[in-house]
Design a protein around this ligand. Structure first.
Ligand code: 4AD
Ligand code: MG
Length: 462
């Protein structure tokens, strides 16, 4: 008999039908006459109740049915008498696929802490919380492709292994096939990378932007959606060493177009999640943070504030608030400053623009004042920076001068500069940290809980 997934079974038209369901046992309870199993197959947060009439089953054959075991059940779908569910299955046959020894299976009881479950990352997707998080993550990924596809953007896959450092922050993971215990050396004692796999030093990418710009100046509008890697040693609830980033890049867009796109994009994703992940978001709202739905709807209601960095610094300095990191013009904003602006001062998302050039990457369009660049960071409640982007410097001479000023090796950059040598155009783009978006939409507070197998300093177990 063909299996019905549990997400499809709560359908009044199926009542009275024979059904086949498969899944994992969440709980088992009952008495001498009747037993109830809560079965979950991951397709929805809802469990399906399986009712076992003990007169029809040999008790011994039911012994292996414990929390975590996996079953194949056939029976009749009936309207439920009990509260908490609309339908249930009156079991006729039960096959146990696999047992889960109650003395060994770690997810026996409800209410494990998120910290405990992080140690059990290989099993935690079987819990309500992580089931909800990863279903929402899926729907958000789908929404992102939908958003860009509907607007004529092309999905471009940029390389994971690269020879250039896009953000210039120097926190890259090196990729090599050289034997680290006997590195080939040049005469001056430095490593001889001509003998390495690619004939030069390479790393895992920190961003697909530079290649994205090549795509945008050919296809018009592109987006990337891929893994990025940063070896920054920051053990915070918002940083991962391996995270996913979405980077749209659009020819002929200026910074205002870029801000409009970013705002539309995030609002679309949040709306999509509210529309498509109702049960899961409601569960998280109930269990972890009862202001979640309100916060999500809040973001949709109002336009984001758009504010130059210099004015943002003014507000922070006049706030009278004691920050751990003091504020003055020229400093990079910390999450405490970003959250003050968003959560306390404006009470809605803020797009901060025109940052000092020395705290931003080399490729950003230089403003006439000679000290700021056309950067834009989108700051969100609970999260801080969720998007970083800019209009790009389209002028060959200015870009070259900036690359030289920063001492970026030209041999790595000639192909990027060609976009400005041949048919250069104004263009803009940004990067959305996917996990930060998932954090916001799920209301989880640690980024390690919204990626299945987090990579952080000292942690690559699973
Ligand atoms: O601000 P970032 O560094 O910008 C770029 O990489 C640009 N090349 C993007 C572009 O213009 N195409 O990173 C973009 C976003 C951040 O706003 C943040 O949401 C996320 O990526 N991000 C991280 N997320 C998790 N862990 C980390 N270590 C992150 N670093 C950045
Ligand atoms: Mg940034």
């Amino acid at each position: 008999m063909k299996r019905t997934i549990i997400a499809d079974i709560f359908n009044p038209e199926l009542v009275g039908e024979q059904v086949c369901v498969k899944g994992w046992v969440r709980t088992r309870r009952g008495n001498k006459n009747v037993q109830f199993i809560a079965l979950n197959d991951g397709s929805t947060i809802k469990n399906l109740q399986i009712v076992i009439d003990l007169q029809q089953f040999d008790e011994e054959s039911l012994k292996p049915i414990t929390t975590g075991s996996s079953l194949h059940v056939e029976g009749t779908l009936v309207a439920s008498q009990g509260k908490g569910q609309t339908v249930e299955v009156q079991a006729q046959t039960i096959e146990v696929y696999g047992t889960a020894d109650p003395d060994e299976y770690p997810l026996q009881k409800k209410g494990h802490t998120l910290e405990f479950l992080r140690e059990k990352a290989h099993l935690r997707m079987r819990t309500n919380t992580f089931g909800a998080v990863f279903r929402i993550r899926h729907h958000l990924a789908f929404a992102i492709h939908q958003f860009f596809n509907d607007r004529g953007f092309f999905y471009l896959n940029t390389p994971i292994i690269t020879a250039s450092d896009c953000e210039g922050a120097g926190d890259m993971f090196q990729v090599t096939t050289l034997d680290l215990s006997k590195l080939p050396k040049n005469e001056d004692g430095s490593n001889d990378y001509s003998r390495d796999f690619f004939g030069k030093p390479t790393s895992l990418t920190v961003s697909g932007q530079l290649e994205g710009e090549l795509g945008a100046t050919a296809l018009g509008a592109i987006y990337t959606f891929g893994p990025t890697f940063r070896a920054e040693n920051s053990n915070t609830p918002r940083h991962l060493a391996e995270f996913w980033m979405i980077e749209p890049e659009v020819a002929f867009n200026d910074i205002t177009d870029n801000m409009d796109l970013a705002e539309d994009f995030i609002k679309y994703c949040v709306r999509y999640a509210l529309d498509h992940c109702h049960d899961d978001i409601e569960f998280l709202n109930k269990m972890y943070d009862d202001t979640l739905i309100e916060r999500l709807e809040g973001v949709l209601k109002q336009p984001f504030v758009r504010l130059p960095y210099t004015e943002g610094i003014d507000i922070l300095m006049k706030s009278g608030k004691k920050f751990e990191f003091p504020v003055k013009w020229g400093v990079d904003l910390q999450s405490e400053h970003e959250r003050f602006l968003v959560e306390e001062h404006f009470k809605r998302p803020v797009i901060l623009t025109d940052y000092p050039k020395d705290i931003k990457a080399f490729y950003m369009k230089q403003n006439e004042d000679g000290r700021t660049v056309r950067a834009m960071d989108v700051l969100f409640p609970q999260i801080g920076e969720i998007i970083g982007g800019s209009e790009r410097e389209a002028d060959y001479d200015k870009l070259l001068a900036e690359i030289e000023r920063r001492g970026i090796p030209m041999k790595d950059m000639w192909w990027y500069l060609d976009t400005r040598r041949f048919g250069t155009v104004p263009h803009s783009g940004f990067g959305l940290g996917f996990e930060r978006l998932v954090l916001f939409v799920t209301g989880m507070s640690n980024i390690r809980d919204v990626i299945a197998f987090p990579r952080t300093p000292g942690n690559a177990e699973f």
